[in-house]
Design a binder for this molecule. Structure first.
Ligand code: MN
Ligand code: MN
Length: 336
């Protein structure tokens, strides 16, 4: 057993103990009320083989429901989505360390500078992990506070990101033309309006992913607006991690693989968005939604737990938060 797997096992054993303790204490009903806590979020809508990062996860879903409602076992041999990698890839070794406040709560995929498919892009405005083979980011992480917003208008200067290593393909804005997808921002333009330079950084193509109009202009946008309401109307400071996973039909001559799911985790602070301010009482929003063409406008319908996003992606979110607090807030079903 590799150390990471051991660490994961220990963490989940600890979760089981804490769950037991909370059953006896009856103080964590939200966790108990999620009947699908052990399943990836797609089961709330409609799963497709493209929604899973491993055969193990697809099999978990096939075994859970009678009659294969999601058509995961086309040949009826009892094995789901056989072309997927067998198990969720282990995280890369953590080799990259940064004191950038935008990743103060952790580096979800252990992105670094060695693996071009898990490549860290560390900027003043945000931090993200990019996958060269997908032509899109894995996740981005950023603080949203008063320091980042002002009067700057939308720059709209979509352009390739020259920061990627020489010789690697740089996705261009034209790669999305006539694809049917929006050039969707992960870090929203409206979250970076203090200066032209800050706003312009959100239009680099590494921060852009092929997003369906129904997702981008629907619940995704509603949630982005809700976050800025928390900032402007309720004086909150937010730490946001947004990401994508899964695969759909390629675009741009196979250079870009649109994701099948989009997710976001929002940690809400009264004071500064720092690791010392994360407590058992810290409020968290977690959503996971299809990058599809049938979505409800209400982002609240796509709420889940951080644990379920970790299960679906194989990442370790909030990994720098003390374990006991991490376990507690990650198991909670987001409920807004
Ligand atoms: Mn958008
Ligand atoms: Mn975690």
């Amino acid at each position: 057993m590799r150390y990471q797997n051991l660490a994961r096992w220990l963490k989940h054993s600890a979760k089981a103990v804490i769950l037991l303790l909370s059953v006896t204490g009856c103080d964590d009903l939200a966790t108990l009320a999620d009947p699908n806590a052990h399943l990836p979020p797609c089961v709330e809508q409609n799963c497709d083989c493209g929604d899973f990062v491993s055969q193990d996860l697809a099999q978990l879903v096939l075994d859970e429901f009678q009659g294969d409602p999601y058509y995961l076992d086309g040949d009826g041999n009892g094995r789901a989505c056989e072309r997927l990698p067998q198990s969720t890839p282990a995280l890369d070794w953590e080799t990259y360390f940064s004191n950038n406040p935008h990743i103060a709560l952790g580096n979800p995929s252990h992105a670094g500078q060695e693996n071009i498919d898990n490549y860290i892009i560390d900027r003043e405005q945000y931090v993200l992990a990019y996958s060269q083979s997908h032509g899109v980011l894995r996740w981005a992480s950023w603080v949203l506070s008063r320091d980042w917003v002002g009067q700057t208008e939308r720059q709209n200067d979509f352009r390739p990101d020259g920061i990627l290593p020489k010789g690697t393909y740089q996705v261009t804005p034209g790669d999305y033309t006539n694809s049917g997808y929006d050039r969707g921002h992960m870090v929203p333009s409206a979250d970076r309006t203090f200066s032209k330079k800050d706003n312009s950084a959100t239009f680099l193509m590494t921060n852009i992913f092929p997003q369906t109009p129904e997702n981008n202009r629907g619940p995704w946008k509603e949630l982005e607006n809700y976050c800025r309401d928390l900032l402007y109307q309720h004086n909150k400071t937010l730490y946001i991690i947004g990401g994508v996973y899964g695969q759909k039909q390629t675009i741009a001559k196979d250079r870009v693989i649109p994701p099948s799911r989009t997710w976001k985790v929002i940690i809400i602070f009264d004071g500064e968005a720092t690791i010392d301010n994360v407590t058992y009482d810290t409020e968290v929003i977690a959503v996971d939604m299809p990058n599809g063409d049938r979505l409800d406008e209400q982002w609240q319908l796509y709420q889940t737990s951080i644990d379920r996003i970790e299960l679906a992606t194989g990442y370790d979110l909030l990994s720098d938060v003390p374990d006991a607090i991490q376990i507690d807030i990650e198991a909670r079903l987001s409920d807004y």
